[in-house]
Design a binder for this molecule. Sequence first.
Ligand code: PHE
Length: 337
Amino acid sequence: MFDKISTIKDQIVNFNSSDSNEIEQFRISLLGKKGSITNLFTQFRNVPLDEKKEFGKQLNLLKNLASSKIEELKSNSGSNKATKSTIDFSMTAQPTVLGSRHPISIVKEQIIEIFAQIGFTVSEGPEIEDDWHNFTALNFPEEHPARDMQDTFFINKEMALRTHTSSVQVRVMENEKPPIRTISPGRVYRNEAISARAHCFFHQVEGLYIDKDVSFADLKQTLLYFTKALFGEETKIRLRPSYFPFTEPSAELDVSCSICGGKGCNVCKYSGWLEIMGCGMVDPNVLENCKIDPKVYSGYAFGMGIERIAQLKYQVNDLRLYSENDLRFLKQFKSEL
Ligand code: PHE
């Protein structure tokens, strides 16, 4: 009987095949109803008592050996099959489609980069803003039209979607001590009908500089540096008097038209100038509202629309394109940043 066990053991060790039919036949010949191992189990009762223990042990080992060998052969034959039928190693690799950055992100990163060169940090604030940070602290009179339902998306009496990134100015001044030098990029919302020239949301970058003895000349030089870096060395700027509740004096900044170089074209409406941002000296009332002493500190602020800059850089004249996610449009923008 023990001889039989070792014969079968040899058979198992020596058997090899990758053909699944052959393997199945082999399994039946050992473990099937009339298989040699099954047979030994039925003969177990004929084994003399004193050998029963050892025989049982060896027989179980034999059965395990057979099962694991069959499993092993089966899994190899399976993987061989897959290799043969589905993987073609001569096939060329699929090209990977590379994405590109959104034009608004590209311009935003450029602006951040230019201001980082002269020590401006980046700060952010919430898009859902309270009345204090969006209006009151910024010196908006109670009856100012910007507070009107027609311009502002109100969430309730107190909260609204911010209408400009100037709200972040207030947050920074409340939380930090001068000197402050920061820019705040972000999305803003206004209740406007969507058209090629207006949208209910767009992006702005706010700038704020607060220190002792900051003057209008500092503002002018900073903006000249910025516009040259963004549109090219030959760019000229001009400031026109304007009004914002939170700056005094206030101005509108124009750059010489980057498309016609100032000669006049349909983009600059034959004026040679393009308006790109609002700016001014931070109103003393705003400094006071943020617990900064206007007798000690002064500062300037500016705010520009990112879409407006992107429009000029890429000559895209329909604002809606920026939020339609049309791949044919987006694919055209590539950037290092
Ligand atoms: N917040 C103004 C706007 O939305 C822009 C601005 C910012 C003007 C800072 C002056 C100073 O148009």
